[in-house]
Design a protein around this ligand. Structure first.
Ligand code: 3HC
Ligand code: NAI
Length: 699
């Protein structure tokens, strides 16, 4: 069936785009639009045209699936120019989202009518590219330079009302879009085309100082990203150059972005996010449980934040604690968080009260009897968890989902203390739980499909990206983290200083270096954990120097000193002479001849540790796909999205190369921690990749 068709209504042509699910600009749509414009130009009975879309949305952009293949004419740049050059007025009728190439089509139309619920945007930057069909040239002309920079650099969706105030939309309607757009077209027949490309910008207002200030304002947010600077260069070109030359500059910058590995990484992430909720055994037909009320056990660091997620979508939450004081403290922290948001103007005081009214505090398990989902977030001790789940089993209503936020413990063991293990699973939030996007959903041996499906849907509802993990020590994220942390710490004892390691990883793009992360999380947690373990179970060379630091009462940021020093009230880490001396002493004690470590060496060692463990997790079926692991690392561990996650990074490196380097590390550092993952070996030997592996996964 044709993806573009023309319906003549008296003297106005209605050009329909119909390319489900999102009317992406596939080859047939581009060709269809070009042909439609030719037909309209040649038809004397037609005086104007409306471009509208069937289905749930206006054109959502170029067809990202075609990005891998050689481009096929007509290119979008040509199509939009043909539309803009039309002599008869062309009106875009926008509903849903007009995004990327879709907005560029709308901008090449002479007028735009939008439903009030519609949104427009240029999200290309999120895919590592830039608006490449005139968006960087036409949007500043019609919406203003400041607004265009905001839209293009953030990639955010802009509501119709705001687009109207910017001049990017000419008329906003509540309903009857098609008729309104037709009426609008009829009203402008006499006026003829109004071409965005012919509009001018007051160039004097936007000098070098303006763009320098803008660059400085986004520097922190866009650190390491390639495309944002190219976007700015294009907008500068729009200000300084006539349309034709500006379009040439846009093309050149677009090509640079398109061929940069960051574009592949970010596009990988786009599809990874859309894959993640596809889980073997779960489908649209799997039944769901109704979740209307949530219980949280433990109002500490995690419990309060977890509870906020549900209150934020209007769900009542009952929070249970052992002592009134702990309960009061927990709820006070929640209130403080909301009030902080209100003080920033992101919610009103009324909203604060409305959200707080959804909270009920209790110390009585009986008050959890009407909850549909109960999440436990108490101390990380198996005995305590078992006590809690035994108590829950007695009061929870039949069919309630019972979840644990444990970071490491076996959900199978927790489930087994209840009479209803099918209702039990892990919901592993990340700190701060009201902010971090990642949620690991742990499917235990006996977890029922409908309980899992319910939590996958719920993750979306509370704005999280839910990744399903099997049961193992630390699940996907923390299990990999411990390998990475060990190798980073070994780099220190072998020759680097903590700030060298942190700088290497920060420059690689991590949100924070591993030593800074340890100080923030608190060094005492791992310390106490180790005290309960046999020294043969872990790598003492990586931890003894940290244990000495803890024993000096340097537990991290919370005690004002840890691996780093901190000035009073400051969170900025400063290298510590004391700790550096401890490190030198510990190296000497171990007979290690310290050698300099380059940033590349540090990064490679950390990445290989993640990749190897990731491959083990994948091979064991703990993670469903390699791309799920990438989602975990980017959304929960500050891994740079522009590198596509550790598994995509491995694919970029080549699995054969990664495997050989791991074998080499086994020789250099000893085989104990560098046993290559069987799956990595298999894929490397088959000259395959994690992406290929993922394609074969069902779900
Ligand atoms: N190309 C190809 N497929 C696309 C697509 C696109 N631009 N946008 C969405 N899809 C696919 C998704 O992969 C998904 O497929 P699946 O069902 O097989 O997984 C399906 O459409 C539905 O997408 P969502 O699940 O994301 O549906 P939502 O309703 O949640 O969201 C949306 C709809 C807001 C349109 C969202 O899909 C989106 O943001 N899409 C990307 C928009 C975008 O980035 N456009 C710019 C493209 S680059 C460009 O235009 C370059 C130009 O400047 C030259
Ligand atoms: P926390 O120590 O801040 O809070 C635990 C709370 O549970 C305390 O307020 C305590 O009074 C309460 N509590 C203890 N026993 C209880 C019981 N029997 N009944 C009711 N309440 C009880 O601990 P935190 O950091 O919130 O951790 C909770 C859980 O979340 C742990 O399993 C932890 O591993 C996990 N987790 C922690 C993360 C973090 O960054 N802190 C991240 C992800 C998971």
């Amino acid at each position: 069936m044709a993806t573009v068709s023309i319906e003549n209504r008296d003297n106005i042509a209605l050009v329909w785009v119909d390319n489900p699910p999102v009317n992406a600009l596939s080859h047939s749509v581009r060709e269809g639009l070009k042909d439609a414009m030719a037909a309209i130009a040649n038809d004397d009975t037609i005086d104007a045209a409306v471009i509208a879309c069937r289905g749930r949305t206006f054109i959502a952009g170029a067809d990202i699936r075609e990005f891998g293949a050689p481009p096929k004419a007509p290119h979008l740049t040509e199509v939009v120019q043909i539309i803009e050059d039309m002599q008869k007025p062309i009106v875009a009728a926008i509903h849903g989202t007009a995004l990327g190439g879709g907005l560029e089509v709308a901008l090449s139309c002479h007028y735009r009518v939008a439903l009030s619920t519609a949104k427009i945007g240029l999200p290309e930057v999120k895919l590592g590219i830039l608006p490449g069909a005139g968006g960087t040239q036409r949007f500043p002309r019609i919406a203003g330079v400041e607004n265009a920079l905001d839209a293009i650099i953030s990639g955010r969706h802009i509501k119709a009302k705001q687009a109207l105030s910017w001049g990017a939309v000419d008329e906003m309607v509540e309903d009857g879009l098609e008729e309104s757009a037709m009426a609008f077209a009829a009203s402008v027949i006499g006026k003829g085309p109004r071409r965005t490309g012919e509009m001018t910008i007051d160039g004097d207002k936007y000098d070098q100082a303006f763009f320098d200030a803008f660059r400085a304002s986004i520097a922190r947010k866009t650190r390491g990203y390639f495309a944002p600077e190219r976007c700015i260069r294009c907008v500068e070109a729009a200000v300084k150059l006539p349309l034709k030359e500006g379009l040439a500059a846009e093309r050149e910058n677009f090509q640079e972005c398109f061929s940069n590995p960051q574009a592949r990484a970010l596009q990988h992430m786009f599809f990874a996010e859309r894959q993640v909720s596809r889980v073997p055994g779960i489908s649209k037909d799997t039944s769901r449980r109704n979740i209307k009320k949530v219980g949280i056990i433990g109002a500490g660091t995690m419990g309060g934040g977890i509870a906020m997620n549900f209150a934020n979508i209007g769900m009542p939450v009952t929070v249970l604690e052992v002592q009134q004081e702990a309960l009061d403290r927990g709820l006070a922290v929640v209130r403080k968080n909301y009030e902080h948001t209100a003080s920033k103007g992101r919610m009103t005081q009324d909203d604060v009260e409305t959200r707080m009214a959804l909270f009920t505090g209790t110390m009585d398990y009986a008050d959890l009897a009407d909850c549909d989902l109960i999440i436990e977030a108490v101390f990380e001790t198996m005995d305590i968890k078992k006590t809690v789940f035994t108590a829950l089993d007695k009061v929870a209503k039949p069919g309630a989902i019972l979840a644990s936020n444990t970071s490491y413990l076996s959900i199978d063991d927790i489930a087994d203390v209840t009479s209803r293990p099918t209702d039990v699973l892990g919901l592993h939030f990340f700190s701060p739980a009201n902010v971090m996007r990642l949620l690991e959903i742990v499917r235990a041996d006996k977890t029922a499909d409908d309980a899992l499906a319910t939590c996958i849907d719920l993750a979306k509802k509370i704005g999280k990206v839910g990744v399903v993990s099997g049961v193992c020590h630390g699940f996907i994220g923390n299990r990999m983290l411990s390998q990475y942390a060990r190798e980073m710490s070994l780099s220190v004892i072998e020759g680097a200083m903590p700030h060298d390691v942190d700088k290497a990883m920060y420059d690689f793009g991590m949100a924070m270096g591993p030593m800074t992360v340890s100080d923030m999380a608190g060094l005492d947690i791992g310390y106490l954990n180790r005290k309960g373990m046999d020294r043969a179970e872990y790598e003492t060379r990586a931890t003894d120097w940290i244990d000495r630091v803890v024993e000096m009462d340097r537990k991290g940021l919370k005690t004002g000193a840890g691996i780093y020093d901190y000035d009073e009230g400051s969170r900025t880490p400063k290298p510590s002479e004391t700790v550096m001396n401890v490190i030198l002493e510990e190296s000497a004690k171990l007979g290690i001849e310290r050698t300099e470590k380059s940033a590349d060496e540090i990064v490679e060692r950390g990445m290989l540790a993640l990749i190897n463990e990731g491959a083990k997790i994948l091979g064991e079926g703990i993670a469903i796909r390699a791309s799920d692991i990438d989602i975990v690392y980017i959304n929960g561990y500050g891994f740079p999205a522009f590198r596509g996650g550790p598994m995509h990074y491995a694919d970029q490196m080549g699995l054969k190369a990664a495997y050989e380097k791991i074998l080499k590390n086994a020789e250099t550092f000893g085989p104990r921690w560098w046993e290559p993952a069987p799956l990595l070996k298999e894929l490397a030997e088959a000259n395959s990749s994690f992406a290929e592996y993922d394609k074969k996964q069902v779900g």
